[in-house]
Every structure is written in C-alpha cells, then in structure tokens.
Design a protein around this ligand. Sequence first.
Ligand SMILES: [Zn+2]
Length: 250
Amino acid sequence: MVTIQNARIQSASFRPRTEKVDTLVLHFTALDLEASLRVLRYGEVSSHYVLAEDGTVYQILEDCEVGWHAGLSMWRGKTGVNGRSIGIEIVNLDGNTRDYPTAQIEALIDLCTVIIARNPGISHRNVVGHSDIAPKRKDDPGVKFPWKELAEAGIGLWPSGAQSEVVAAQPQIQSFLEACGYPKEHAYGTRDGAYVYVFDSANPPVGVSNVVCVTTKDILRAFQLRFQPDNATGIALPSTMGLLRRLAAM
Ligand SMILES: [Zn+2]
C-alpha cells in the first residue's frame, strides 16, 4: 500500500479541471528530489505527484486540478493533454541512461493502480510517457523505463507475442502509429516563449519562430523509445513493424 505525503503546491501554476480525466502521463524529472519538489511546487510547471527514488510519493495537486506537466501535446488526435490528464514526475536524472530503482517502480505500480481505480476513464492505451504525446520535443521517461513490467501489472499496453513483418512504406507506418494513439506528422514553434502548433511550417504565423517539423521518423522514434528501446533510431526494422501492428490492434 502506497503512502502519500502532502506537498501542496505553493504557486499559481494550476487551474480547476473542467474535462474528465482519461490519461495518465509519466515523466522523469531530470532533477534530484529536492530540486524537483522546489520546481514543481514553486515554479511555472506542476504535476500531481512526485515519486522519489526510495518510493516515497509526494502529492502536489489534487486529481481534480489541472497541472502544467505535458505542455504542447497530442494523443489519439486530441491536443491539450494537461486538461484531461494526471501527471506523475518520477525522480531520475536521466531515464535514458539511469535505471529506475526497484523500490521506486514498485511504488509507481501501486500509485498508478490507485489513480486508475479512482479515475476509471483512464484506458490502458491512455497510460503514456511524455515522449509519446510530445515526440521529438520530449524523451522522458526514457529507454530505461520498465513499460513491460508496468503492463504486466495491469498498467498500460505491451505488444506481447509480436512477429517480425515486412517493413511497410512511411505512410502505412504513420497510420499504424496513429492507430496506436501517436500524433500525426506536425510542426511546432514558439511564440512569446510558449510552444504552439504550426499548421503550415513553410509559412508560420507572425510572431512564431524556431519552427520544428515532427516527421513519421521522429514519431516512430518515440514509439521505439518505449517499445523497442534497443533500436530507438526512427528506422523501422521487421521487428518494429510487428510491434506496431500488434499494438495498433490491441
Ligand atoms: Zn516530462
């Protein structure tokens, strides 16, 4: 049974929720515990929970409040994931190079189980990493994150039993990615310091700069960060195709 410590937010970086919760977003903090709590309680970003390496859970926001953890984001064709999601920030300096401790993952499984029981709108497909909903812009929780172990505990999906297949053309790979929930190809930029989607990357609106195009290759790499971490290249192998088709059909 997970114990939750109160660490109530001390900034205005949240708002009341108006949409139903249907998504759970997992992150790594890239900061140690003390700095994570300081930034998320007092800064311009926030999350519902911070999970320490020893498994201690700190609650910053109530589930009925919207946090600022996802930023510019898209999942299953809908943008603005913050409004519909609960965010867990997991303390790890770099989940692409550092393992997640066992005690932390055991506590995470307990915490996710409690959150999903309280918010039955969260389907398995809607348990996501930040990199899933903001490909190219974000790469957390990283290749070291044990997604398969979570799926075996009933949290999120894992494409077990996938077989290798002939590699399809890019448009078909993109349709499989979208069937899994991933965004379509898109572009984003910054305006007044905030990220915005850009619908025509060749002609961004006035005031928008630093335009980045997110291609099928970038979105496939996000898929691989999670489901094929030993080949997070954006290049589809026959094994990648099998995983994609299996996950799309789940
Ligand atoms: Zn994140």
